[in-house]
Design a protein around this ligand. Structure first.
Ligand SMILES: [Ca+2]
Ligand SMILES: [Ca+2]
Length: 162
């Protein structure tokens, strides 16, 4: 079953939620596998009175041991679409819980919304995103290789170039 999450808004990094956080996982040793990543226009959203265009980035993710009940989704980007993104720096990331039952989520469509403010992410520019998911045990997806995709941002009003 694919699960679409509630999506906290991100300008940069989120703080971990108030939950107790991941418990020591006894689900297994498998790492998540991302099969596909997508980016799409998520419309204008309000950020403290400022209306900004947003992008929804989603990662179709599976994990044989089911410990996506607690996950982290991390995104980096650059403006050079060359099949490489440096993931050494701090990502924009989202922590969230999909289930109160450990080891119960073996696939999910993980999602994260980023605001496009023209500064950290420029307007009217093709940007390259890199996406990594982590399971409750902290295993990184795809052996730590990010999934890449490119997407062209709209202008400050959310309008895309012809
Ligand atoms: Ca796992
Ligand atoms: Ca690049």
């Amino acid at each position: 079953m694919w699960t679409l999450l509630s999506l906290p808004l991100l300008l940069a990094c989120t703080d971990p939620p108030d939950d107790t956080g991941p418990v020591a996982s006894s689900c297994g040793d498998s790492a998540p596998v991302i099969s596909a990543v997508t980016a799409r226009d998520n419309g204008l959203m309000d950020f403290s009175g400022e209306s900004l265009p947003t992008v929804l980035i989603q990662a179709d993710t599976a994990d044989a041991d089911g410990d996506l009940d607690w996950y982290t989704l991390q995104v980096w980007w650059d403006e050079d679409v060359d099949g490489q993104v440096d993931v050494a720096g701090a990502p924009s990331e989202l922590y969230d819980s999909l289930s109160d039952t450990a080891c119960s989520v073996d696939d999910a469509r993980l999602g994260l919304i980023l605001a496009i403010n023209g500064r950290s992410i420029p307007y009217l520019t093709e940007v390259e995103f890199a996406v990594i998911a982590q399971d409750a045990a902290g295993h990184r997806s795809n052996d730590g290789e990010p999934m890449l995709l490119s997407w062209t941002t709209p202008d400050s009003q959310g309008v895309f170039a012809e």
